[in-house]
Design a protein around this ligand. Sequence first.
Ligand SMILES: *Cc1c(COP(=O)(O)O)cnc(C)c1O
Length: 366
Amino acid sequence: MIKFLDLQAINLQHKDEIEEQLLKVFRSGWYISGTEVKNFENNLAAFVGVNHAIGVANGLDAIRLIFKAYLQLGVMEEGDEVIIPANTFIASVLAVSDNRLTPVFVEPDIETYNIDISKIEEKITPKTKAILLVHLYGRVVFSEALIALAKKYNLKIVEDNAQAIGATWNGIKTGALADVAAFSFYPGKNLGALGDAGAVTTNDAVLAARIRAIANYGSSKKYINDVMGVNSRLDEIQAAVLHVKLKYLQHENEARQKIASHYIQAIGNDKITLPQMPVNTAEHVWHLFVVRCEKRDELQTYLEDNGIQTLIHYPVPPHLQQAYQSFNHLHFPITEKIHKEVLSLPISSLLTADEMKTITDTLNRF
Ligand SMILES: *Cc1c(COP(=O)(O)O)cnc(C)c1O
């Protein structure tokens, strides 16, 4: 069986370095808010090209904390609206609604699977305070028009950068494109920890300080609580592992880009729609390689029968989930089509030439 993603093999590439770090933290006796977190935050900020990085417990919390801080700082208030792509992972939506803000869905572009920037303005109301961008599947979404729109209506742009760490737009890294960004280091992400982990990056010092305080019980000094907070900290073990793996991220992304261009060049089957290579200045780091097929379920079974594991990102769009019954009456035809037809092929950076040949040959025979 060709696995969708062989996390064990990916992490064993750095066996000695990671084991040394795990042992070091274990023996240090210091497990929360120590030098490992500080070092990783500094490295991440330098990598992304921003002044502040704050390690947090996971990617969902990273987005939640951003909006919580904006609410506390008076930039937004409960009931305000946040523009969000209709086809995103549920976490982006949960982070908004959990803060009693209202998600306002916008259809994606069927070519890029990212939010259709030309459809944002018609959804803006006096209550709109932010646009939550999601660089879905690893492909950057950003434009001059978007910057102009945010200026015109005084909107914050928040990046959900869970899937596109290391990608660039006009040479600027995701996470540094807008006002503030959220990262997830869930094990399966391009930069994955050995458990849950996340981060926020920004150049806004006031926002950074507030997020750091909220993530640590609302306190900047132990047992002195300036604001109401939560416990959402990155721990020393995950930070130490991420510190090792960040060094290899560029290499990981390049390997994924090679596999993607190979797939695009070697798969030719008119029943299967391939993702497009980015044409302009927006990069793709291929967190997922997503094809579309009208007979998606049949294709998935066929690949499974031929020893190829695939996944669906995602089978049900947020507005049709049971958890969001108040949105179930909404209709987003492009989003719904995408959810019915998408299938993610294996894209581990360790796929061998033989495995890739099996995958492309099998797809071409479907
Ligand atoms: C993974 C992911 C998240 C959430 O990250 P966790 O670390 O799992 O909480 C948020 N948004 C997107 C787009 C994701 O892919």
